[in-house]
Ligand binder design. Structure first.
Ligand SMILES: [Zn+2]
Length: 353
């Protein structure tokens, strides 16, 4: 490119005009070579022209060329930066606008493990003719204890670390008061209900939380026996876990049932063998016993029936209750009950609902 007879000031204007037209990297390189190229660049030519300038004008000419050089180099640097930024933005846009890629499916939320287990249990009992009953979480002494055959000052009350509320109310320690309320509300059997809900006890460690979930069942009718209780629980447990789950009843005590039984199932982690399935190590989940305690049950105490206006000479019934959180922990291998209530999304994501 020729400098012709242009002055440094004129060339500075020309550079500005040419730089304004540069739209891509190739044009930029062309511009850069034309102005700062070592052999044929305009700046080079201007410096070489120094010897044709009259000696008294050389100082002024040199300063003007220097100013042009600073302007050109600064202009090229700014232009280069602008192009780099432009290229980055273009690359980003190209990446995000690749319309040939499959769309990103928004992740659907999943149900909480306790909700899943609750629904499964409700579905199993619904098929057996049970309906769902609910009641208040703030209860009174009568429904939570007295009507369930816990007399005042009875030591059995000590086993339920109760949260008391002002005015003699309390947070229900089990869902059993819903059974009482249901029996009082419709005294004419047959009754078949399950009562899911939150319950509260002053208890806090790896396996206990001050708030947890229970589900209880109650069946009242003519001629119901322990055999009906056992058959119902076996059907329920084998539907909830698996068809080969073993079930055993152990004698126990609850104030509101007589006789009472704790119900154990064969450990789902070692299939009841007491040894881990892979290496023959003792099973840590069931402490190598092969059994896990899962629920409490019994025949409804005749005094509870009478208290609720149901003639125990005609009707018998059975009741059972289990911790929903415990079932969720067993099913999903959750080691600490508090993880159920931490609202960590990673836990929720593992649950297939
Ligand atoms: Zn086991």
């Amino acid at each position: 490119m020729s400098t012709g007879a242009a002055s440094p000031a004129e060339l500075a204007v020309r550079f500005e005009a040419e730089a304004a037209l540069v739209a891509d990297r190739a044009a930029f390189e062309q511009l850069r070579l034309a102005w700062t190229g070592r052999k044929k660049g305009i700046l080079r030519a201007m410096l070489a022209g120094m010897k044709e300038v009259a000696p008294q004008n050389r100082r002024e000419y040199g300063q003007a060329v220097h100013q042009l050089k600073v302007a050109v180099e600064g202009g090229l640097e700014a232009l280069g930066e602008r192009l780099s930024a432009q290229e980055k933005a273009d690359a980003r846009q190209a990446a995000t606008l690749d319309v040939t890629l499959p769309g990103r499916r928004p992740r659907l939320g999943s149900l909480h493990p306790v909700t899943v287990v609750n629904r499964d249990i409700e579905a199993i009992f619904a098929e057996m003719g049970y309906s769902v009953a609910e009641g208040p979480e703030v209860e009174n002494d009568y429904h939570n204890f007295e009507a369930l055959n816990f007399p005042r000052d009875h030591p059995a009350r000590d086993t339920q670390d109760t949260f008391f509320v002002e005015g003699g109310a309390l947070l229900r320690t089990h869902t059993s008061p819903v059974q009482i309320r249901t029996m009082l509300a419709r005294a004419e059997p047959p009754i078949r209900i399950i009562c899911p809900g939150r319950v509260y006890r002053n208890d806090n460690d790896l396996r206990h939380s001050p708030m947890f979930h229970q589900i209880e069942g109650l069946a009242i009718g003519e001629g119901l026996t322990v055999g009906d209780l056992k058959g119902t629980l076996e059907t329920f447990i084998q539907r909830l876990f698996s068809a080969d789950t073993g079930v055993r009843l152990r004698p126990s005590f609850f104030p509101f049932t007589e006789p009472s039984a704790e119900v154990d199932i064969t450990c789902p982690f070692c299939a009841g063998s007491g040894e881990s399935l892979d290496g023959g190590e003792p099973c840590g989940v069931c402490s190598a016993t092969g059994w896990m305690e899962i629920l409490g049950s019994g025949m409804v105490d005749p005094r509870v029936l009478a208290e609720c206006g149901i003639d125990p000479e005609i009707y018998t019934g059975f009741a059972f209750g289990l911790g929903v959180d415990r079932v969720a922990m067993i099913r999903y291998g959750i080691p600490n009950i508090r993880m159920l209530f931490d609202n960590d999304e990673r836990l929720l994501r593992q649950v297939q609902s």
